[in-house]
Design a protein around this ligand. Structure first.
Ligand SMILES: [Zn+2]
Length: 377
């Protein structure tokens, strides 16, 4: 009996171990001026699996500063891919871009075997296939354990689900000596306070059956810019991205706490991710990338989805393209309002270009660049 258990355990352990230690190469593009670690801002992250890279793209001309956070939830990969499109291509003419592509690094090394998550996914490029870890929503229990019965949010003392202690979109604003994920969000808060960040993006994906999807979530102080952005991308680029107000009574979320605990204007971006909906077929890499599912298609005909949905699904290029355009447009709207704190970025594709060329078009071959320009996350 024990023999049979061991036969099943050994190959599974090897697979999980390889996944946890697989490193994604990120090519620092022409705009990257400095790469540092999040522990520079939150010392408690040193020598933990939550340590992660922070990329700085500093323009020649001084201006405003924007922070882009991806992989808050590592099972919503359109965010990570968008961050990499910026890191590998963006050139900043005025102001500074700060990018954390793998915010919950521990979560990105976790998986959900009960739901049959693929361990990896691959994006086709002109030079081959770029391989990524598919992560989970929450940090790995190997890195933060045990969970409490109830998570008491700091500092509001709101009672949250036990699992949210490992969810970096419930642990804002965090504290330097709290649980590991609070140290992660605290690190980002310190970046915003110390570097005087003007605007922050937290990029996500959400189920097509969940009303808060395909949208910009904004608190009161970000609302005007979010609304102008939503109207502009609809008029100029033809895609919907409505605005959702950030509820003030629901604590721990980036779009609430960043605004309340710093001078930064936060924006949380959601693009649809059919893979995360419950009534779908198997959770395959294909579903993750093309978003095509027959069950969602029939639900869409019954008007049960909150996004337009047809046989074309929701391909990754559409989701990443939307994120790129919305980030660029929010920066543009902010710069118009505060010209002395403008952030001017070029060489990042917008929606139509990403849809036409595919996401992989914007990734560089790590084998063809200087080794010093490659960072692993
Ligand atoms: Zn999310």
């Amino acid at each position: 009996m024990i023999f049979i258990v061991v036969i099943f355990m050994v190959p599974a352990s090897i697979q999980f171990y390889s996944h946890r230690h697989y490193r994604i190469p990120i090519v620092a593009g022409p705009g990257v001026s400095k790469v540092t670690k999040l522990s520079e801002y939150s010392k408690g992250l040193r020598r933990t699996m939550a340590e992660t890279n922070v990329f700085f793209l500093e323009g020649k001309e001084e201006g405003g500063k924007a922070l882009i956070i991806a992989n808050t939830h590592s099972n919503e990969p359109s965010a990570l891919l968008t961050a990499l499109v910026f890191i590998e291509n963006a050139v900043v003419d005025k102001g500074t871009l700060i990018i954390i592509p793998c915010f919950n690094n521990s979560g990105s090394r976790n998986t959900k075997p009960g739901d049959g998550y693929p361990l990896y996914f691959e994006i086709p490029t002109e030079w081959g296939r770029k391989k990524f870890r598919m992560g989970n929503r929450n940090a790995a229990p190997l890195d933060q354990w045990p969970d409490p019965d109830v998570y008491i949010h700091y500092p509001d003392r709101q009672l949250l689900s036990y699992i949210d202690v490992r969810n970096t979109n419930r642990t804002w604003p965090g504290r330097p000596n709290g649980p590991l994920m609070e140290k992660v969000t605290y690190g980002a808060m310190q970046i915003m306070r110390k570097e005087k960040v003007d605007i922050a993006f937290d990029i996500h994906g959400a189920e097509t059956m969940f009303p808060v999807t395909n949208c910009i979530v904004a608190p009161e102080k970000s609302m005007r810019i979010a609304t102008m952005t939503s109207l502009t991308v609809k008029a100029k680029e033809g895609f919907d991205n409505h605005v959702e107000p950030s509820p003030s009574g629901f604590r721990g979320l980036s779009h609430r706490e960043i605004g309340d605990y710093s001078d930064t204007l936060p924006f949380l971006l959601e693009a649809p991710i059919p893979f995360l909906d419950q009534p779908t077929g198997p959770k395959t890499e294909k579903l993750l990338l093309d978003g095509k599912d027959p069950f969602l298609l029939s639900l869409s005909k019954k008007k049960k989805l909150f996004v337009p949905y047809d046989e074309t699904g929701w391909p990754m290029a559409k989701r990443v393209g939307q994120h790129c355009s919305v980030v660029l447009e929010i920066m543009h709207q902010y710069s118009r309002k505060f010209p002395e704190r403008a952030i001017r970025v070029r060489n990042v594709p917008r929606y139509a270009e990403v849809v036409k060329n595919g996401v992989g078009h914007y990734f560089h071959n790590p084998e063809k660049v200087d080794k010093d320009d490659i960072y692993y996350n």
